[in-house]
Design a protein. Structure first.
Length: 274
């Protein structure tokens, strides 16, 4: 028996109750992350903050208006966000609401790697120069800001189209985060290493430069030779075939994909459109 009349069973029951509530809230936040519903959540907190201020300072008119919003708000939420609510109920029915959908994440990883490889093969065959950097643990916000925002789902068609010569975005690097093309025409730091072969051009030096200051993986398609190369951790891997490139991308990106919260929204959207 604990002080205050609580038994050991009561303490365990309360602990389990609180843990379940927080877990459900966490899953709900992860579910709506990256959707327009997250903006609604921010709006709700703003409304509650205004209501608290009006209550403390006796602003009766504003208080009455906010009370009406609170009364009719749930009905408006159900009407406006019916797709998100349906999605949550579908996941609950499939049992995936309380479990991590590892298979779905592996499918997205496979689809992303396949898109990059298809794009590289197409451009290498036609000797279209390309520079693609894939963000991992080290944030690349400073480099993303130097380019043009894309924020689109990664597909081999979109990736290839960006590097078509004489188009506005072909010059510079594409930065990829998980399965999203974040920005194009980005500037990367050039490597100052004296050990880089003189025959390598600006793209290879930029790929080496970004690999020396971040843990990103960068893929280069040579405009002169059509060869596909890759840099990671300050190392340059040249003349990669399809099998070797797929092996590098899969092994290096798998840990990043399994931890990325972005995959859920893209994966769900992609399946919906199929």
């Amino acid at each position: 028996m604990f002080d205050g009349g609580l038994t050991a069973f009561d303490v365990i029951r309360i602990g389990v109750d609180i843990t379940l509530i927080w877990y459900v809230l966490y899953k709900l936040i992860m579910l709506i992350r990256g959707t327009k519903a997250i903006q609604l959540l921010k709006g709700i907190f703003v409304v509650l903050g205004i209501y608290l201020v009006s209550y403390l300072f006796g602003l009766n008119t504003i208080q009455v208006m906010i009370e009406q919003v609170i009364v009719w708000g749930p009905l408006a939420i159900i009407i406006l966000f019916q797709p998100e609510l349906r999605r949550a109920l579908e996941q609950l029915g499939r049992g995936s609401f309380f479990s991590r959908n590892k298979r779905s994440e592996e499918e997205v990883l496979h689809r992303t790697v396949e898109s990059i490889i298809k794009s590289c093969k197409y451009m290498a065959k036609r000797r279209i120069g390309a520079l693609m950097t894939i963000e991992r643990e080290t944030a690349m916000g400073d480099y993303i800001e130097t380019g043009i925002p894309i924020n689109g789902q990664l597909t081999n068609q979109l990736l290839t189209n960006i590097f078509i010569p004489n188009t506005p975005l072909h010059d510079g690097a594409v930065i990829i985060k998980a399965d999203e093309i974040v920005a194009a025409a980005c500037y990367l730091p050039l490597s100052e290493s004296p050990f880089i072969s003189k025959e390598l051009g600006t793209r290879h030096r930029a790929a080496m430069g970004i690999s020396e200051v971040t843990d990103a993986i960068t893929i280069i398609v040579s405009e002169e030779t059509g060869q596909i190369s890759c840099t990671k951790n300050g190392e340059l891997h040249r003349d990669l075939d399809e099998e070797k490139l797929q092996e590098i991308l899969t092994s290096e990106l798998e840990p990043t994909f399994l931890k990325s919260p972005m995959l859920k929204s893209w994966s769900w959207r992609g399946k919906k459109d199929e």
